[in-house]
Ligand binder design. Structure first.
Ligand SMILES: Cc1ncc(COP(=O)(O)O)c(C=O)c1O
Length: 394
């Protein structure tokens, strides 16, 4: 996962910890003045929700960003997943990874469908056509892939597979705002894709999400289903939900869109700084991104090899947390090990289990300065020294 470089020399003595906790989340905030101005507009119009002007503008701007015919903004990505699975009028099973945020799998159940877990590729950490193909059976209604860390499942091979087997294909692209596959932005693959604008994501709407699709009929169904408020294009006879985005969320997301390119650039800079500070440390491996693709570098993900580092992933985490670096083990445990999914026997997913035991996410986002990154790197380099290992085990 990482290239072999000479590690920067370890810190001679234990590096200082942080006085206040350093979190993993992004929390990219717009300028307060711009937000106040947007809110003044909402107050002046006295229009807070229900297909307001900001919701409509957001749908247009998102469609243009993702290069699709339709973007349907909603209250969050969990509701977006529930809606799209329901709007596709499915019945039966949905093939999903377990290495994901619980919402991916729980949405399947909320939509009245049965999740079937599929293990992932150890390199890309996503579903692949080769792994999904044997799981497709007569009860399969859809495949729900996850573009984990903004690195895509290969959408083209999954599109070919699902088309040939007559099942639908949806992507949970909660992590993938602005990321590309073969130079094309995620958003237009499969039957639909779902994005999150939660405060921990690169595009922060406080809460928010959207569904993107080139299928106009599906989009009309989704626009009807996201709200009880009728518009001219209402499709009759559909189950509906109060999942509409508020004008306040739409305002915040629109402001984030203005600086998306610069946020991606800042994240890339932090990622490279982390790499140059830690690469070569024994037992610490960085997630690689395919050359020529854009990533949003929303997450800084390391994999720990305990045999090389001399510490387990959890011992490293304890040491970081003692220094107020609130790095996380994400995702842990695999969704298949949580109720209700483990209640009727545990799916065998060795690669998922391995990743759940070995991955670490480091702090990133606007609040994390270059000096912070350098200090976190010094702590990790120190953890790989005999003194650091001893301290971690004390
Ligand atoms: C992969 C994935 N899917 C779905 C979600 C749910 O997103 P939201 O919080 O917008 O409902 C998340 C949230 O972190 C996620 O990481």
């Amino acid at each position: 996962m990482s290239d072999e470089r000479t590690p920067p020399s370890p810190a001679p003595r234990p590096p200082e910890g942080f006085e206040t906790p350093l979190h993993v989340g992004q929390l990219n905030l717009p300028a307060a003045e711009a937000f106040r101005e947007a809110f003044d507009g909402i107050f002046d119009r006295r229009f807070f929700a229900n297909h307001g002007p900001l919701e409509q503008r957001l749908d247009r701007e998102l469609a243009s960003l993702f290069g699709v015919r339709n973007a349907v903004s909603v209250v969050n990505a969990t509701a977006a997943l529930m809606l799209v699975l329901r709007a596709l009028d499915l019945d039966g099973e949905v093939i999903v990874p377990s290495f994901t945020f619980p919402a991916t799998v729980q949405a399947v159940v909320w939509a009245g469908l049965r999740p079937v877990f599929c293990d992932i590729d150890p390199q890309t950490q996503t579903l692949t056509a080769a792994r999904v193909a044997p799981k497709i059976g007569p009860a399969t209604a859809a495949v729900l892939g996850v573009h984990i860390w903004g690195r895509g499942c290969d959408p083209l091979e999954l599109e070919a597979l699902t088309a040939s087997r007559g099942v639908k294909l949806v992507f949970d692209a909660a992590h993938a705002v602005g990321a590309t596959f073969r130079g094309r932005r995620f958003g237009g693959f499969g039957n639909a894709e779902v994005f999150s604008f939660h405060a921990t994501k690169i595009l922060n709407g406080a809460e928010g999400g959207c569904i993107t699709t080139d299928d106009d009929d599906l989009a009309a169904r989704l626009r009807t289903m996201r709200s009880f408020h009728d518009t001219d294009e209402r499709v009759p006879g559909l189950l509906r939900l109060n999942a509409k985005i508020s004008e306040a969320q739409a305002a915040m997301t629109l402001l984030g869109l203005r600086s998306l390119d610069s946020l991606i650039e800042q994240n890339r800079h932090r990622y490279e700084l982390y790499r140059s500070g830690i690469d070569g440390t024994p037992g610490i491996h960085f997630l690689d991104y395919a050359a020529g693709e854009t990533s949003n570098h929303q997450f800084i993900v390391l994999s720990v090899s305990p045999a090389e580092l001399g510490l387990s992933r959890d011992e490293l985490l304890d040491l970081l947390q003692a220094k107020n670096v609130l790095a996380r083990r994400y995702f842990f445990p695999g969704v298949h090990r949580t109720p209700p999914f483990c209640d009727e026997g545990m799916a065998e997913l060795p690669i998922t289990d391995h990743l759940c035991q070995t991955l670490v996410q480091l702090p990133s986002g606007q609040a994390v300065t270059d000096a912070d990154v350098k200090r976190v790197c010094a702590i990790i380099r120190w953890a790989a020294t005999p003194e650091g290992r001893m301290a971690a085990r004390a």
